[in-house]
Design a protein around this ligand. Sequence first.
Ligand SMILES: NC(=O)c1ccc[n+]([C@@H]2O[C@H](COP(=O)([O-])OP(=O)(O)OC[C@H]3O[C@@H](n4cnc5c(N)ncnc54)[C@H](O)[C@@H]3O)[C@@H](O)[C@H]2O)c1
Length: 256
Amino acid sequence: MEFSFPDQPVAAISGGLGDIGLATARLLQQAGCRVAIGDAQSADEGRMSAEGNHYHTVDVRDERSIELWFDAIRTHFGRSATIIVANAGVVRPGTGLETPCADWNETLAVNLTGAWLTARVGAKRLISEGSTGSIVFTGSWAGHAPHVNLVAYCTAKAGLRMVTQCLAAELADKGILVNEVAPGYVDAGLSAEMFRRDPGLAERARRSVPVGKLIGAVEVAEAIAYLCHPRHQNLTGATLVLDGGLSLLRAPKTGP
Ligand SMILES: NC(=O)c1ccc[n+]([C@@H]2O[C@H](COP(=O)([O-])OP(=O)(O)OC[C@H]3O[C@@H](n4cnc5c(N)ncnc54)[C@H](O)[C@@H]3O)[C@@H](O)[C@H]2O)c1
């Protein structure tokens, strides 16, 4: 899919060194955006992986850390990010009865609170500068279908869907559009890590998808680019479920 973003907007991507984040950075950069990557790695390590894009260390669990990242973006580009992709994520598998509290807290802190904080730091700057913009959250089909062994992740991503809708309603009259992509099994990043631990899992996952395919990180990046493209001025509060039909079925009790 061809995308072109006029006026070289600045796009900030949290978790931008991960597989989906980096695919999004590449696509937005090719499409004319100036890209700022924020991730948890140190500045030196991060810059080496950021492929020439602006890099800043950020911990999305900490609002002050996000503010410092956005300050650095403003200083570097001379303007604030008008595209904000809140994408950082972690997964800690575990059932409702067995998940340690620390795993629950970490999963919610990064995937839900961290995404909300990233969006609000970015949105407040846009409002204070009188700019419009676009926020995209990376959710998950897991927020749409209960999984016995992913209670914290499912809960965080389900919450993110509501954050998307609440912020979309709150920010619509300010010209800030808020949407979410909810991928299914992506053959990259967090899923690929689980696929590596269990060699049969990728194939079982693929067979459980109604369309019979795993998703590439680039396809998720294209969905993100679609959601934040300035052509789509009436698209807000939406979730683009990109899961090959997975969420149309009940997740099996034990996963794929
Ligand atoms: N891979 C999949 O199958 C899949 C499916 C649905 C949704 N997602 C979502 O896509 C997003 C990207 O995940 P991915 O699959 O590319 O995984 P990934 O592990 O490759 O990328 C996640 C990135 O987030 C960063 N991160 C983690 N904690 C952070 C923190 N506190 N502050 C800043 N950065 C932090 C990591 O360093 C990493 O670079 C996540 O939100 C994930 O939940 C992934």
